[in-house]
Design a protein around this ligand. Structure first.
Ligand code: SF4
Length: 528
């Protein structure tokens, strides 16, 4: 809010849009379109769409929405509400549903809005105009605060335009499953401290207006940068990073809440944090032990990317070793499982191989490549066991691999060669599956993050492709399979395979280095 309203920032350099976020946005747009088309077909003449084309001006869309509201259509899709000159509010909403003498807002989102349980108020889509719904015996609400705040914003706009249903403050969300509307009562005390969604929204809105006004008028700033997880995908990061480095801000080495706690304790800079005796301080941190925070501050000052957190380093090895890396495309599927076999002979060629589907996701061909991968892995484990050899498969940050191992078994249950979920769970929980990320977290402090692309170069590994990275791989995938209906670009397939191969070679290099004497060249945190 501050940067966007500070006139001095008008020409400031910003980061390019985050490709992963862009992908998610495109997926969400598609999801909304499919939902709208289904509802339009269901409700026929009761449904009107006012969104206009991509070229239409906001003022035209506002006028079209105002006309649709006045005409009293039952369902208005793609509304741009008339802006409220008194508050400065403006905004769009997916759907307005006629209710009493006014309207209620409904959002269409591509995330889960309920969990199994009871107590949510829902209406089936066929009864979309049954505002407030009835208690659902199979679902409980996932609060999704951002959804509720967006709905509260629209309610205030509707009130300003004189089109709110003042008998109640219900607002709906149609989630990823798209089979029902979940109704939130924006006046119910469901927020922390017994606040309502509307009260929370009003207070945040007032805060934002104050921040924006201070920025626009040049009075002392009411907001300052502090590094948080969201900075990674924020376009303002170049500006904020510059400011944080200038003041050597403590958030450069600890994140979010911990930076706030340190500032409250008077520790505002990396230098001050580095000077703390971790064994003689009562500064409480939630994200990491104080000793690690101090170690990271000292590493940052010494310009070290990585320091050893422990005197000795232990990574379990095996006679037969396999490094595994999976490539997925958003939530659409896992199209590539790459493996690198090394160690004792088990009658299989050593080296890299890939199990891949080049049919654009989503596709059942993914079941075929997943089944082939699983058959190979199971075969390698058995071949090692038959020879009396120990076996271990390694990955880097098992969250992604585990998610897709389990999801693939579930989605493709019954396809030839696809294992049961129980079989996957047994493997994941066994000693034969090892997450190297856990070892890095245990044994190192990394001032630039613990991603494989950061830590493997410390072990002497380099990717062949200078642009290798998860975000770029998404773009390459689009081209490789012709996702947008274009001709597939075959060299991008080679590029993805080399990228995946280098990822598994990186984990192999990392564990070899972590179990070699060379790892002791990395300074121990107690010595800096
Ligand atoms: S880069 Fe981080 S601190 Fe700066 S505006 Fe974005 S989220 Fe806020």
């Amino acid at each position: 809010m501050h940067l966007e309203h500070d006139p001095a920032m008008r020409d400031a350099q910003r980061s390019a849009p985050d490709p992963t976020a862009e992908l998610r946005k495109a997926d969400a747009t598609r999801h909304r379109r499919v939902t709208a088309d289904g509802l339009a077909a269901r409700f026929g003449g009761r449904w009107v769409e006012v969104s206009g084309g991509p070229e239409s001006r906001a003022s035209d869309r506002e006028a079209a929405t105002a006309a649709a509201l006045t005409e009293g259509h039952d369902f208005i899709w793609g509304a741009t509400l008339p802006r409220d000159p008194r508050s400065g509010r403006r905004g769009t909403i997916d759907l307005l549903v006629r209710s009493g003498a006014g309207y209620v807002p409904v959002l269409v989102v591509r995330h889960k809005v309920t969990d199994p349980g009871t107590g949510a108020r829902t209406s089936p889509l066929a009864e979309l105009d049954h505002v407030g719904g009835r208690p659902d015996s199979a679902r409980k609400v996932r609060p999704q605060p951002r959804d509720q705040l967006r709905l509260a914003h629209t309610r205030r706009l509707l009130q300003a335009a004189g089109f709110a249903d003042e008998r109640s403050a219900f607002a709906g969300v149609i989630g990823m499953d798209g089979d029902a509307v979940v109704w939130h009562d924006l006046q119910a005390p469901t927020w922390p401290g017994g606040r309502t969604a509307l009260a929370e929204y009003d207070s945040r809105f007032a805060d934002r207006i104050a921040v924006a006004t201070a920025a626009a008028t040049g009075t002392p700033a009411l907001a300052e940068p502090s590094r948080i997880v969201e900075c990674r995908s924020c376009p303002w990061w170049p500006v904020c990073e510059d400011a944080l480095v200038k003041t050597r801000d403590v958030s450069l080495v600890v994140r979010g809440e911990d930076a706030g706690m340190l500032r409250s304790a008077g520790v505002t800079s990396v230098d001050a944090l580095a000077g703390i005796d971790p064994y003689d301080t009562d500064v409480p941190l939630v994200g990491m032990p104080v000793a690690d925070a101090v170690g990271l501050a000292r590493a940052w000052l010494a310009d070290l990317t990585v320091v050893r957190r422990t005197q000795t380093i232990d990574v379990p090895r095996a006679d037969v070793e396999v490094d595994v890396d999976m490539e997925s495309f958003g939530d659409a599927g896992a199209y590539l499982w790459g493996v690198l076999l090394s160690g004792a002979d088990i009658g299989e060629p050593r080296g890299y191989r890939a199990f891949v589907s080049w049919e654009p996701l989503p596709t059942d061909d993914e079941a075929r490549s997943f089944a082939e991968f699983w058959r190979w892995l199971t075969g390698a484990r058995k071949a090692a066991a038959d020879r009396g050899l120990t076996f271990r498969a390694y990955c880097y940050n098992e969250l992604a691999e585990n998610r897709w191992l389990l999801a693939s078994a579930k989605r493709f249950a019954g396809f030839p060669g696809v294992p049961r979920k129980r079989e996957i769970t047994q493997f994941i929980e066994s000693d034969e599956w090892f997450d190297l990320f856990g070892s890095v977290r245990e044994h190192f402090l990394c001032s630039q993050g613990k991603g494989l692309k950061t830590i493997a170069p410390v072990a002497g590994f380099a990717w062949r492709d200078p642009e290798a990275g998860g975000e770029n791989s998404m773009r390459w995938y689009r081209d490789a399979v012709g996702l947008d209906g274009d001709e597939p670009v075959l060299p991008q397939r080679t590029r993805l395979l080399e990228y995946n191969e280098d990822d598994v070679r990186a984990t192999a290099a990392l564990r070899a280095w972590m179990t070699s004497p060379a790892v002791h060249d990395i300074p121990y945190v107690g010595d800096i």
